[in-house]
Design a protein around this ligand. Structure first.
Ligand SMILES: NC(=O)c1ccc[n+]([C@@H]2O[C@H](COP(=O)([O-])OP(=O)(O)OC[C@H]3O[C@@H](n4cnc5c(N)ncnc54)[C@H](O)[C@@H]3O)[C@@H](O)[C@H]2O)c1
Length: 401
């Protein structure tokens, strides 16, 4: 095993800080089996932001060009947490420099870029260099518990998955334009939060084979132009000009999952006032149903037919040491302590470090770049369906060179 692992985070915005904290905390989850993790650099083109974040999270230095991190001998592992359209250039540069890369979702802004990145990651495996994608919700104890109940037959065959990911960061017309509001249809709410929802649906119920009923709406068509930098959902000083919103505020679609017998109905939004981070999934099965709500990630709702009509119905199961990710992972390791979304990033980071060092008792690995391409193929089928007035579209299967 290596003597130590140097980590860096590129992008010090909203999600970048979650990565910074995650690398810091990952070694302290579970038993101490990792070599020392060195917090080396925070990279961001916004120098004051990079400097402040590196101080806050205890990183040794900051950089303003990702290439400095690619060239740094003391960095082994890098999170890429910048706008989707920047992922490809940065990730390919890092992989070529021999860095293990944990890239944020969606893998890229276009399928062509995502496929090229997956080719690069597959080539890197030969040199022992890993590329993985941060579909953080697979670390949620509640979702992992529902998956277990599906896979061990407790819930029986999945009949219907209903999911929605409503957010409200774009609900106010005063929120300025930013990278999230420009791009072709499908690069808006669908890419931003629909990528998570599609991943979660497949995590629970198997691969999406086809999509129909794709529909996009842009509810707020013009937004003010920010006078400077603006982070997600922030209101800021503006120039007086406006920019046209070119992608989706809201999207819906229907999917066929698993063996094709299960149907999925999905809705995503960034203009849903009062729902800042409203990811909710219902999994309705032959023997019971389960429900998960992002606001209570270590609880599930569960209804089992075997309870019978007299005492049956939904009960709230508070997950504890018998459930995935809860046991052994928390500093105060006791039932009922609770769990939050930032911890998902910590378990994700731990899984990545486990994989990098080849840990014996590794957490389930993060999604591969090929998984990231498949996720984008599902979203692409939604885009094609929307362009064809909701007609059914088969999800294309990746063909590797
Ligand atoms: N897994 C999750 O739950 C989750 C949550 C939020 C965002 N994300 C993903 O994380 C990524 C970033 O999203 P965000 O909300 O943090 O964005 P953000 O706009 O808040 O932050 C992006 C940062 O990148 C910096 N930046 C821009 N160009 C750069 C460059 N060339 N080199 C280095 N830094 C550069 C910006 O200055 C900014 O600070 C996206 O891919 C997004 O989809 C994932």
């Amino acid at each position: 095993m290596v003597d130590s692992i140097g980590v860096a985070v590129i992008g010090a915005g909203m999600a970048g800080k979650a990565h910074m904290a995650a690398w810091r905390n990952a070694p302290s989850l579970f038993a101490p089996t990792l070599p020392p993790v060195r917090l080396v650099s925070v990279g961001d083109v916004d120098e004051p932001l990079a400097a402040a974040a590196s101080r806050r999270f205890g990183y040794e230095r900051h950089d303003t060009d990702w290439r400095a991190i690619a060239a740094a001998d003391d960095v082994d592992v890098v999170s890429v947490v910048v706008a989707n359209r920047l992922h490809r250039e940065v990730v390919e540069g890092l992989l070529a420099a021999g860095k293990h890369v944990l890239c944020e979702k969606p893998l890229a802004d276009s399928l062509d870029d995502a496929r090229a990145m997956a080719d690069a990651a597959r080539a890197s495996v030969a040199t022992g260099v890993l590329g993985r994608v941060g579909f953080t919700y697979r670390r949620a104890p509640g979702l992992a518990a529902i998956r277990e109940l599906v896979q061990d037959g407790t819930l029986g065959r999945v009949l219907h998955v209903a999911g929605r990911y409503w957010t409200d960061y774009g609900a106010s017309p005063d929120v300025p334009s930013s990278w999230r509001f420009t791009g072709i249809p499908g690069t808006g709410a669908l890419a931003d939060v629909g990528s998570h929802l599609a991943y979660v649906a497949e995590f629970l119920a198997g691969p999406v084979a086809s999509v129909s009923g794709g529909a996009f709406t842009t509810a707020i068509t013009e937004r003010p132009v920010a006078a400077g930098k603006v982070l997600r959902g922030q209101q800021a000083a503006t120039t007086g000009e406006t920019a046209t919103v070119t992608n989706d505020d809201h999207a819906t679609f229907v999917a066929r999952l698993g063996d094709g017998a299960a149907v999925g109905t999905f809705e995503v939004s960034r203009v849903a006032t009062g729902h800042p981070n409203g990811l909710v999934v219902d999994v309705l099965c032959e023997r019971g149903s389960a429900r998960w709500d992002q606001e209570r990630p270590s609880e599930i709702g569960l209804a089992l037919q075997s309870d019978g009509p007299r005492t049956g119905g939904y009960r709230q199961v508070v997950l504890g040491p018998d459930h995935p990710y809860v046991a052994g992972g928390m500093a105060m390791d006791a039932p009922g302590v609770g769990w939050g979304q930032n911890q998902m990033f910590e378990y994700q980071a731990r899984a990545f470090l486990d994989e990098v060092v080849g840990a014996a008792d590794a957490l389930p690995a993060n999604a591969t770049f090929d998984d990231g391409v498949h996720n984008m193929e599902v979203l692409d089928a939604v885009v094609r369906s929307a362009a064809a007035d909701g007609a059914a579209q088969t999800v294309r299967q990746a063909v590797h060179a």
